[in-house]
Design a protein around this ligand. Structure first.
Ligand code: TMP
Ligand code: ASP
Length: 238
């Protein structure tokens, strides 16, 4: 697949048009930002790790019947995906309280939740991606009822599959963020990435963080955390 014009450059990825109008090429970058771009840096090797882990998870999910935009990994930092129109929602699933949920609701980080929590944020950098509920989503026309139900169902299914897989690899899946897209025919596919940038991964034994919180919170050994997470994921618990 030949990469042509740059379509879009995000904080962690570039999206290119290709010689096929139903495909994009995504190039993952080492650049890292946090707190809506206020904190900037670079994590050496992150692009390759996030690309490889995302490719692995998309294939695992596909084998369990969860359709995604993933087509193939074409280099260490690049993958070809199906062209979708991204739904402007961040779909977050939480198993354990952490991050913004702990701060907002005053629940200690690490508190096990009685059931998974699905949250939606409106993807608007200028507003800091505000939390929205089902009524906001329907009233703003961001998704219709059927789509909203589908997003929730797919997100919970991804949670079940990843949680079980990661637990065998000694990783506790604390929470994660997904994005979804629409094909021209309206079908909804999982999109974006699934990586240490978009998930919280804690070592099941020690609680050590193996994700972007090492960068957000200046915990050190950032690259090492990302590498460890990938090794565990690819090893599948072996
Ligand atoms: P939060 O606790 O900061 O709301 O984050 C919840 C999860 O979503 C966590 O796994 C990190 C991920 N996330 C992103 O992927 N992108 C973002 O912009 C934010 C704020 C969180
Ligand atoms: N990626 C987001 C940003 O730049 C936030 C985050 O992941 O913490 O700001």
């Amino acid at each position: 697949m030949i990469a042509r014009d740059l379509l879009y450059e995000g904080k962690a990825k570039k999206v290119f048009l290709t010689d096929r109008d139903d495909r994009y090429l995504i190039r993952y970058k080492d650049d890292a930002t946090a707190f809506n771009g206020e904190k900037k840096g670079s994590i050496i090797g992150k692009g390759a790790i996030n690309n490889t882990m995302s490719a692995y998870f998309f294939q695992l999910l596909q084998s369990e019947g969860v359709e995604s935009h993933f087509v193939e990994q074409t280099s260490s930092t690049e993958m070809v995906v199906r062209r979708v129109e991204i739904i402007p929602l961040e779909v977050i699933v939480r198993n354990i309280a952490a991050g913004s949920m702990s701060a907002r609701l005053g629940i200690a980080e690490g508190t096990q939740l009685a059931r998974p929590v699905v949250e939606f944020s409106y993807k608007r950098d200028d507003l800091g991606d505000p939390l929205v509920n089902d009524d906001h989503i329907l009233a703003l026309g961001l998704a219709d009822e059927e789509e909203l139900a589908k997003l929730r169902e797919m997100a919970l299914r991804v949670n079940t599959i990843l949680r079980e897989y990661l637990s065998k690899a000694g990783i506790t899946l604390v929470d994660f963020k997904l994005e979804f897209g629409r094909l021209d025919n309206g079908e909804i596919l999982l999109a974006d990435e699934i990586s240490p940038d978009t998930c919280r991964f804690w070592d099941s034994e020690t609680g050590e963080k193996m994700d972007k919180d090492r960068f957000r919170r200046d915990l050190g050994n950032i690259e090492e955390g990302y590498r460890k997470a990938l090794k565990r994921v690819l090893g599948g618990g072996k």
